[in-house]
Design a protein around this ligand. Structure first.
Ligand code: ADP
Length: 301
């Protein structure tokens, strides 16, 4: 598959409590790892066994080497990652002892991804991929263009509308599958999604605008899948969560990888859900993404 999306270096500081404005506190740990929804979902897809290209931008700085070597180690193809002037995107995260966090994302190089680069990447992988996976951490016009160009190239277009932001109404007709979580579904549709019934109402919003399949994830409550002909509720796998970061990225990456491998959407949803559940059992974003064997084991047990 081709993933068009963001790449960041995630710098996380862990302290007993978060500092108040103007205050300095001592931390007890810190980490520097690959992040960004595009990169995370590409890693999840590659770990699921799907040949995966990532189209995105990094800057000319030391963070570039760190994020590229992690992507490479996870098996993501880098031929469509462009190095641009300036700095690699950064997510600056603070976490307290209870797991509460706050995050500042500075897109930096991610803001340089443009529609020409997307067209070039789609051309470059033509014949190699059947699916295009998008999120909303690169400029909105670029994501919208990618959906349209991907559909025109005959690719299955999967859009994870995260983080939620207003999109032109005409983008949805190019989206085969949308995978919002409950917050994103609420923000986009105006329906407050709290349970399966409200998720079903939100799903209609997507279908009314031309999306073929609305797949709304509901955290520990599982997921709801709605197409014009079928509505299915999938309960979540039972796990003991320690950190829910990247559950959605694991879900979307594994789901898309299964579809790209030609599996039916019920099986793909099960794989995505098992991957999402496993991602909650480890801390961090990309380091918490499971591999295919762990996902299979959870599904079988
Ligand atoms: P996001 O991380 O985007 O908010 P969700 O929290 O909805 O996404 O998680 C995506 C999927 O991962 C869910 O549909 C579910 O299958 C699985 N998942 C998430 N949290 C849990 C949990 N606490 N227990 C079991 N499965 C979970």
């Amino acid at each position: 598959m081709l993933v068009v999306g963001s790449i960041t270096a995630d710098v996380t500081a862990y302290s007993r409590r978060l500092p108040r404005p103007g205050e300095t506190v001592l931390g007890y740990d810190c980490s520097l790892v690959l992040g960004g929804k595009g990169a995370n979902q590409a890693v999840a897809a590659a770990r699921a066994g799907s040949p995966t290209w990532l189209a995105g931008c990094v800057g000319r700085d030391p963070f570039r080497d760190i994020v590229l070597s992690e992507l490479q180690a996870y098996g993501v193809a880098l031929s469509q990652v462009r190095t641009v002037e300036g700095r690699t995107g950064i997510a600056h995260i603070r976490v307290d002892a209870s797991g509460e966090n706050d995050i500042v994302i500075t897109p930096l190089a991610n803001a340089s991804l443009d529609t020409d680069a997307v067209d070039e990447s789609i051309r470059a992988v033509e014949g190699e991929v059947s699916l295009l996976l998008l999120q909303l951490e690169v400029p909105v016009p670029v994501s919208c263009h990618a959906a349209k160009a991907g559909a025109a190239a005959g690719l299955t277009v999967v859009l994870d509308p995260a983080p939620a932001q207003e999109l032109p109404d005409d983008v949805w007709q190019h989206v085969d599958i949308a995978t919002p979580n409950e917050n994103e579904a609420s923000e986009l549709t105006g329906v407050r999604v709290t349970d399966v019934t409200s998720a079903e109402r939100a799903a209609s919003w997507f279908l009314d605008r031309g999306v073929g399949h609305a797949l709304i994830t509901l955290g520990s409550a599982g997921a709801l899948s709605v197409t014009a002909t079928r509505t299915r509720y999938f309960p979540a796998y039972q796990v003991k969560p320690v950190d829910t970061t990247a559950a959605g990225d694991a879900f979307t990456g594994f789901f898309a990888a299964a579809l790209a491998a030609g599996l039916d959407d019920g099986t793909a949803i099960q794989r995505g859900m098992a991957a999402g559940a496993l991602a909650t059992t480890r801390t961090g974003a990309s380091p918490s993404l499971p591999d295919a064997a762990a996902v299979e084991t959870l599904i079988r047990t």
